[in-house]
Ligand binder design. Structure first.
Ligand code: SIN
Length: 393
């Protein structure tokens, strides 16, 4: 997190107005020997005014993106600067927010989603967990371009079962017909409702609620860009919030295996390795794979044709890389479908798309270099297959 990040509390209380959060100490210090100093932030306690309120406390952790974008003028839907407005000011403009939650704001950063490093996501996840020790739910606002990655990283690493809702916008805040205020309002409403407790991180845009593991950005511009291919959304928000299905992980609510193995307090962010994606096509060469290996990649996800196929030239490069200890995950470039099997040095990515598989492989390689262990995590944490006959046990 940048040293200029500030915590802003929207409240009648002057006490919590502005708090600088540089490399300050250490709600994590006692149990976080491996965590780097920059990840240690102190979220102030919920102010008394909020504690005595019947409304849920929701913290909005803002990172920027189009939702915080400033347009060249009121009809410039594409000509804008992402990550410009401060979340404190945006929340102030939301009508009726006092009917749904007591809202606090933490400005983690303010830029486009693609401007964040994987190491920044480590910090973000720790901030989310820290906030959830005090608050009833968290909304994370990000750009939509890499929201799949940011959301799945949070899903795999946040330790709390409390609601985490990621949202953004496809139109900047200050154009006519912007989706920013409605998305922010509904995300706060959803996080405060508690209805996605035990769901892990969910994505809420355009009134639709999706499991981050399964959702994908399907269009460069449309406001209904986020879709969950084949399996569909979890629910939606009209006036009421309706949730019609739960992610498989929610069936493990309260059980030890609900938590993933990826507790970031056990690693340092420098442990997060380089992992790349190699996209297959007609007679693709092995250059993408060799280039990633030269960059130091410890893992590579292939986005293959059909059921994960790669060209013979890519296959040769993959064989060489496996010989050097690189671990591969197969996915499909088709947009949906399950990969089965695998092989020596190759793990089947189940129905994860390439960008989700890459996030899981980064985390898996940060916690282990053992192929069988990592394969097991893809088959368990990554797959989330449901067997109804075992649900009662
Ligand atoms: C970004 O991802 O930061 C820009 C695009 C968006 O927010 O929709």
């Amino acid at each position: 997190m940048s040293s200029s990040s500030v915590f802003r509390k929207i409240s009648v209380s002057l006490l919590a107005l502005v708090l600088l959060v540089t490399g300050m100490n250490a709600a994590f210090a006692a149990d976080a020997p491996a965590a780097s100093a920059s990840s240690e932030v102190k979220i102030p306690p919920v102010p008394f005014a909020f504690k005595s309120s019947p409304l849920p406390n929701v913290m909005v952790i803002a990172t920027g993106g189009t939702l915080a974008g400033k347009a060249a003028d009121e009809t410039s839907f594409q000509n804008y600067r992402a990550g410009t407005f401060l979340m404190e000011d945006l929340v102030k403009q939301l009508p009726d927010k006092n009917k749904i939650a007591d809202v606090s704001v933490y400005q983690f950063g303010n830029k486009g989603s693609g401007g964040y490093a994987i190491a920044d996501l480590y910090d973000l996840s720790l901030v989310v967990d820290q906030a959830l020790k005090l608050y009833d739910g968290v909304v994370v606002t990000t750009g939509t371009d890499t929201m799949e990655e940011i959301g799945y990283f949070l899903d795999l690493t946040v330790q709390s079962e409390k609601p985490v809702v990621i949202t953004g916008a496809m139109r900047p805040w200050d154009v006519i017909g912007t989706d920013g205020p409605a998305n922010l309002y509904n995300a706060i409403k959803l996080a405060g409702s508690g209805k996605t407790t035990w769901f892990g991180t969910v994505l809420m845009l355009n009134d639709m609620i999706h499991a981050v593991r399964d959702v994908t950005k399907s269009n460069a511009h449309r406001m209904d860009t986020f879709q969950t291919p084949i399996m569909g959304a979890l629910g939606y928000i009209d006036e009421e919030i309706r949730i019609y299905r739960a992610p498989a992980r929610a069936l493990k609510a309260g059980k030890e295996d609900w938590k993933t193995p990826f507790d970031l307090k056990k690693i340092a962010k420098k442990d997060l390795p380089i992992v790349g994606i190699a996209y297959n096509g007609q007679e693709m060469t092995g250059g993408a794979i060799r280039g990633l290996v030269a960059d130091g990649a410890k893992g590579i996800v292939t986005a293959g044709t059909g059921a994960g196929g790669i060209s013979s030239l890519m296959g040769e490069a993959r064989k060489e890389a496996i010989g050097k200890g690189v671990i591969f995950v197969t996915t499909t470039r088709t947009g949906s479908g399950t990969m089965y099997g695998g092989g020596e040095g190759i793990i089947a990515g189940d129905s994860l798309n390439a960008q989700h598989a890459r996030i899981l492989l980064i985390l898996a390689l940060a916690f282990s270099d053992d192929f069988e262990t990592i394969k097991g995590w893809f088959e368990g944490v990554g797959t989330q297959d449901i067997d109804g006959s075992k649900l009662a046990s």
